[in-house]
Design a protein around this ligand. Structure first.
Ligand code: HC1
Length: 576
């Protein structure tokens, strides 16, 4: 520990802290813009400047380390003036469309301008380049006219995901963030994960909004509009309405969707249970018949795109199971359509997903089980988009009663709800595989070694006669490390779970945006995941193969797990 003074008050703080961290220990928040914990400590934006006694000029708190006896002033007139001028300079190149901007009310630049009383937005206006919007990708739009060059998106893409398809192009006033050689995003190997969106402090990057398409379907009396919600949405949607991180809002979410006007409010969790029975069946078959191992999970579309682009040699290792989102849509447009006497052409399936890559997934080839080019899922919305729909409908989310999903496709087990956290798919699959192979009920359903937010986890379990080696990775930079170890023969696994986003879907690119002031100091991934593990524990049924609705669907339609029909409707293929 070292002894320092902040604003004249003595504090003892860990010796390796930066001034930013030390101030936080002392209960003082220093504003930031470019800083992102662990991946973007570059001291570039100068918003976090503070005075240090004896230093020749103001220093950037995010990179400046504390030292014994240091005296720091975080809010002097000089500091406040410097921050205000910096904000005015940032505004001079910022497209000020604040009334209609998708981030209005949740923009870090807007909040700082308010806090520092920037009352002349045009003080330093001059001639600026105009950048064309890049809306070439299926999932997102980049508007460099709102970019403040903080480089958080560049760091997220390169360091969390190990991809690096964006970076600064040109110099000086012409500096802008784009793909190499000014290619459009749809021309490079972007995997659509959306991690760049959730770290952007302004409205420079955002998902392609499809809410108008959903409103149009809801207003069309010839359509049956069915909504499904991914496992993690219940643990995050409340944040969009000011509720604490980690609040489980399942009941209010269902109530809100019903009030928006969806004819059926169903749960993707049912299809997560279906994924598990199909995947566990596929795994057991591969082990018995000498199939390709390790088998790797296939429900994260960002991971699938990454595998196809960057590791096509591993495609035979991918499970052929469609993701739960797609299995759900395929089942609605086959079994459920028949049961309800609905024409599959009149059904609109909307997914509410934590993930921007799901917008890409719905358009993949081979995701049209009902045939005639009818997609399994019509529209994938992010958590943020459904929150905007709830707002537009005037629904008072926090005041809603708790309601239940519709039957039968709202029934699920604890195994499915943990899909939203890294390790959850593996744990769910192990619960089923262990029971099938062991031939007797599992006493202990928790596989805790695969829980937690570490980027890579591994464990070995005795299942029947086989010691099954498993690994779990989240975030594609971690996935890359793991795959390299597998390819080199350094590691020998039977089953691997990979999720594209660090921490899994709870931290997906479609989740509510938390500002850096929260993101840098609160472990969003763990707190959101805890809500899912608590939901699992509260369930009576915790193994996918015990889901009664699933058993009915197989009895009435698919037959055995892994049957020919199940393969045709619920499995998919990949392209190099
Ligand atoms: Fe996920 Fe999945 S868990 S991919 O992580 O398998 O997006 O939440 O919906 O499809 O069920 C995401 C989450 C989600 C699918 C499921």
């Amino acid at each position: 520990m070292v002894n320092i003074k902040i604003n004249g008050m003595p504090f003892s703080v860990p010796k390796d802290s930066t001034i930013l961290e030390a101030a936080r220990y002392a209960g003082i928040q220093i504003p930031t813009l470019c800083y992102l914990k662990e991946i973007n400590a570059i001291g570039a934006c100068r918003i976090c400047v503070v005075e240090v006694k004896g230093a020749r000029s103001l220093v950037a708190a995010c990179v400046y380390p504390v030292a014994e006896g240091m005296e720091i002033i975080t809010n002097s007139k000089k500091v406040q003036q410097a921050r205000k001028i910096t904000l005015e300079l940032i505004l001079s190149t910022h497209k000020k469309e604040c009334l209609s901007c998708v981030r209005s009310g949740n923009c870090e630049l807007q909040k700082l301008c308010h806090d520092f009383k920037v009352d002349d937005e045009h003080r330093y206006d001059g001639n600026n380049p105009e950048w064309p919007k890049d809306d070439s990708a299926v999932h997102m739009v980049r508007d460099d006219n709102k970019c403040i060059l903080c480089r958080r998106c560049v760091a997220a893409c390169a360091k969390w995901q190990g991809i690096g398809v964006i970076g600064p192009n040109e110099r000086g006033f012409n500096t802008h963030i784009a793909c190499a050689f000014e290619q459009n995003l749809d021309e490079v190997a972007c995997v659509s994960c959306g991690q760049c969106i959730v770290v952007c402090p302004t409205g420079a990057i955002y998902e392609k909004d499809q809410t108008d398409e959903v409103w149009a379907a809801l207003n069309d009396p010839s359509k049956h509009v069915v909504v499904q919600t991914a496992p993690s949405i219940r643990a995050t949607l409340g944040e969009a309405f000011g509720m604490p991180v980690g609040t489980n809002v399942t009941g209010k979410m269902v109530a809100a969707l019903r009030r928006i006007g969806f004819e059926k409010v169903f749960d993707t969790d049912l299809a997560a249970d279906m994924t598990i029975v199909e995947e566990a069946h596929e795994f057991v078959e591969r082990v018995k018949n000498g199939g390709v191992l390790p088998m790797i999970t296939s429900c994260s579309p960002g991971w699938i795109k990454y595998c196809e682009h960057y590791h096509p040699d591993m495609i035979p290792n991918l499970s052929t199971c469609k993701s739960p989102q797609q299995m759900f849509g395929a089942t609605v447009k086959t079994w459920y359509a028949e049961k309800m006497g609905w024409d599959k052409k009149d059904i609109v399936v909307v997914g509410v997903m934590p993930c921007t890559a799901k917008k890409f997934e719905v358009r993949r080839d081979d995701e049209d089980a009902a045939g005639s080019g009818i997609p399994d899922v019509d529209i994938a919305l992010t958590t943020r988009e459904i929150a905007r729909m709830i707002d537009r409908a005037g629904i008072q989310f926090t005041e809603l009663p708790d309601e239940e999903f519709d039957s039968p496709m709202g029934e699920s087990t604890g195994a499915s709800v943990i899909f939203g956290a890294t390790g959850g798919v593996m744990e769910a699959a192990l619960r089923t595989a262990a029971e099938w192979v062991g031939g007797k009920p599992l006493e202990q359903v928790e596989f805790t070694d695969v829980r937690g937010t570490a980027g890579v986890k591994e464990a070995s379990y005795q299942i029947g006669d086989l010691t099954v080696n498993v690994a779990v990775a989240s975030g594609l930079a971690n996935a890359k490390k793991l795959l390299e170890q597998v390819k080199s023969g350094m590691k020998n696994y039977h089953f691997i779970e990979i999720m594209g986003c660090p921490g899994g879907c709870v931290n997906g690119g479609g989740q509510p945006v938390q500002p850096a002031s929260v993101r840098n100091f609160v472990d969003l991934k763990s707190i959101r995941a805890k809500a899912l593990y608590d939901a699992d524990e509260a369930k009576t049924l915790r193994k996918s193969h015990e889901n009664p609705a699933l058993l009915t669907i197989y009895k009435e339609y698919f037959g055995e797990f892994g049957s020919h029909l199940a393969h045709r409707i619920l499995h998919t293929s990949y392209t190099e």
